[in-house]
Design a protein around this ligand. Structure first.
Ligand SMILES: N[C@@H](CCC(=O)N[C@@H](CS)C(=O)NCC(=O)O)C(=O)O
Length: 155
């Protein structure tokens, strides 16, 4: 039996969360090593496991894969979750980049305080509600209708 993928990241959602979700969607079990000390992280760098000295890193299929998008693309392609043709992949890539942009607005939050933090929270809420969520709601509705049609179900 193939070895389970092993995920290396801090004990938090961050950039690894989408990888966990994708493996879950693919029905793939995985192990995780949470980096809780500087020593653990430095050790990975010393042994050359982190190409750009960054996590997330996923050990699978004999490789140590870094860069979130590269990890996601590999898993999606491997488990047939990356569309049927170039056009599907183009749309998947657009939706993924949208979530990345929204997440980039969230990342600075833990390091902000006071007014700056409140302003950032307002911006995130506004962008989420008005710019990103409507797009995902629309595509989810289309997907549900498509599945109902495929299953010959009527609304
Ligand atoms: N482009 C990379 C960025 C990864 C990244 O910024 N990782 C952070 C943790 S979330 C990190 O390892 N920072 C340490 C550093 O850059 O030295 C990706 O998307 O995976």
């Amino acid at each position: 039996m193939a070895q389970k993928p092993k995920l290396y990241y801090f004990n938090g959602r961050g950039k690894m969360e989408s990888v966990r979700w994708l493996l879950g969607a693919a029905g793939v079990e995985f192990d995780e090593e949470f980096l809780e000390t500087k020593e653990q992280y430095n050790k990975l760098i010393e042994v050359g496991s982190l190409l750009f000295q960054q996590v997330p890193m996923v050990e699978m299929d004999g490789m140590k894969i870094v860069q979130t998008r590269a990890i996601l693309n590999y898993i999606a392609a491997k488990y047939n979750l990356y569309g049927k043709d170039m056009k599907d992949r183009l749309f998947i890539d657009m939706y993924v980049e949208g979530t990345t942009d929204l997440m980039l607005a969230v990342i600075p939050l833990p390091f902000q305080q006071g007014d700056a933090k409140a302003k950032q929270i307002d911006l995130i809420k506004n962008r989420a509600v008005n710019r990103y969520f409507p797009v995902y709601e629309k595509v989810c509705k289309i997907f549900v209708l498509f599945m109902l049609y495929r299953c010959n179900l009527k609304l």
